[in-house]
Design a binder for this molecule. Structure first.
Ligand code: SF4
Ligand code: SF4
Length: 235
């Protein structure tokens, strides 16, 4: 018969035991399923199984300084196949968050700094952004015969607010047209915000929780300001 004093209360369990640095890697069986499912396995020798083993062995400095965590695309295929359900993308994200911000790979660091300062990763001024939207709208009207087509910017009370990936107003403007044509034919009531329209949140990818929260907060602010309940965040 178990003594009452031997019974472990839930609040006495050391939950941190299951959340060692960064967390969850200690359950790894080294089966290699993650490596075989990973689309970038082999690039510069990257191997998610080895990464998880390095973390498990406490090689913190080596892993934080390594290029491997920045090769991962965070697609989560490995997590999907892992028999121990180890959240490898989150482990990767935690490792990235431990790196000195100035040592975050250039494009990510610069893009995030630009987004925090200007609302988008390209530092595109508002008037240029709106000009591009109008220009693409005119092309749609011409090409598709939607004579009354206009891009609704900052439309209060619309049904959907959509964010934009910066490359779509930079080099891939044609990719904006697919969504917008569907909206038009479906008679959807939608809009694009003229400020803080960036959908790419490199705070997420760089493990910078504060920056991620700021960018998400701006989208929420746009929705509140324009009184919109639905968000299309194609990122
Ligand atoms: S699939 Fe999971 S258990 Fe298998 S090696 Fe990868 S992390 Fe370890
Ligand atoms: S999340 Fe990273 S490690 Fe996992 S399969 Fe995708 S690229 Fe590979």
């Amino acid at each position: 018969m178990q003594e009452t004093s031997d019974i472990i209360e839930m609040d006495q369990i050391d939950h941190d035991r299951f959340r060692s640095w960064p967390f969850s890697q200690d359950f790894c069986l080294t089966c290699g399923l993650c490596s075989s499912s990973c689309p970038v396995s082999g690039i510069d020798g990257f191997d998610p199984r080895k990464l998880i083993r390095m973390v498990s062995l406490g090689l913190e400095d080596k892993v934080v300084e390594a290029r491997w965590p920045w090769i991962c695309t965070m697609c989560a295929k490995c997590e999907h196949v892992c028999p121990m359900e180890i959240d490898i993308p989150n482990v990767v994200r935690s490792i990235r968050g431990l790196r000195d911000r100035e040592a975050v790979p250039g494009i990510l660091h610069k893009g995030l700094a630009a987004a925090l300062e200007t609302g988008n990763n390209l530092r595109l001024p508002k008037e240029d952004f709106v000009f591009i939207l109008e220009d693409v709208g005119e092309e749609i009207a011409e090409e598709s015969g939607f004579e009354d087509f206009k891009v609704p910017v900052d439309k209060e009370g619309a049904n959907i607010l959509t964010t934009i990936h910066n490359k779509l107003v930079n080099t891939h403007t044609d990719d904006l047209k697919h969504w917008w044509k569907i909206f038009h034919v479906a008679k959807e009531d939608w809009t694009v915000p003229s400020d803080n329209w960036e959908g790419t949140n490199w705070g997420l990818f760089t493990g910078d929780d504060g920056a991620m929260k700021t960018m998400v907060g701006r989208i929420v602010e746009n929705m509140e300001k324009l009184k919109i309940k639905n968000l299309l965040w194609p990122e």
